[in-house]
Design a protein around this ligand. Structure first.
Ligand SMILES: C[S@@+](CC[C@H](N)C(=O)[O-])C[C@H]1O[C@@H](n2cnc3c(N)ncnc32)[C@H](O)[C@@H]1O
Length: 210
């Protein structure tokens, strides 16, 4: 195993676990994840950070995929801790192994930044969501300030290599709308305690637009 793949397999999952476990992020998750109901699918479920926040009174089934074996271990540990039956599989959001219109809620937190093809992933998420179903998202991405945007563009190439393919410049709500969703924003803003290039976040809920 080369140093780059060793870093991706062993170091990146630990960085993600630490970074995504910060208090400010937990506060934002708490505004989003408990809205899930019915049969729920979570993309990039590795790490399992959201599982404690699902309301067992509202969620009737949980499924998720993630490509990272190490992060899936954490997700399975969280499922065991929660004591629920969870269908957690290794896979990529560009080709989700579930049928059309199978889920009442699709949850996507801090994952559209990391996938190879966010347009394809959003199309897949729309496909598996039932008509009238809820798409919940919480993502970081392209900041509204031109000065921050310029730094995001400069830093992104090295950032991507160090952070498991994470992009800094992807639009968030705009991308969700472009994928055929009607969005109700919950909130947006920079998160304190993090560099601005990586802390612009937008979160909201959406349904399929006609
Ligand atoms: C920054 S982490 C966020 C993890 C988790 N969603 C959270 O909110 O803590 C990005 C996640 O996206 C996953 N990921 C990367 N490429 C992916 C893809 N093509 N399809 C699905 N998940 C992917 C990574 O393995 C990782 O678990």
């Amino acid at each position: 195993m080369g140093i780059a793949s060793w870093y991706d397999e062993h170091v990146v999952p630990r960085i993600i676990k630490l970074g995504c476990g910060q208090k400010g992020i937990a506060d934002r998750r708490a505004q989003v994840v408990p809205r899930a109901r019915g049969r729920v699918f979570e993309i990039g479920c590795g790490g399992g950070m959201n599982q404690p926040l699902y309301d067992p009174q509202q969620v009737t089934g949980f499924a998720g995929i993630d490509p990272s074996g190490k992060l899936l271990d954490y997700a399975r540990e969280q499922a065991a801790r929660k004591g629920w039956q969870a269908d957690i599989r290794q896979g990529f959001g560009e080709n989700i192994p579930f049928a059309d219109e199978e889920f009442d809620t699709v949850v996507c937190t801090y994952t559209l930044c990391s996938v190879d093809n966010n347009v394809q992933v959003l199309s897949e998420l729309r496909r598996i969501l039932k008509p009238g179903g809820l798409f919940l998202f919480l993502e970081h991405g392209r900041a509204p300030d031109p000065g921050v945007q310029r730094w995001q563009e400069r830093v992104e190439p090295i950032w991507k290599r160090l952070m498991g393919g994470c992009h800094l410049t992807r639009p968030i709500t705009e991308a969700v709308r472009d994928a055929g969703f009607s969005v109700t924003p919950i909130d947006q803003g920079y998160m304190k305690g993090m560099p601005r290039i990586a802390s612009w976040m937008e979160w909201g809920e959406a349904v399929k637009s006609d």
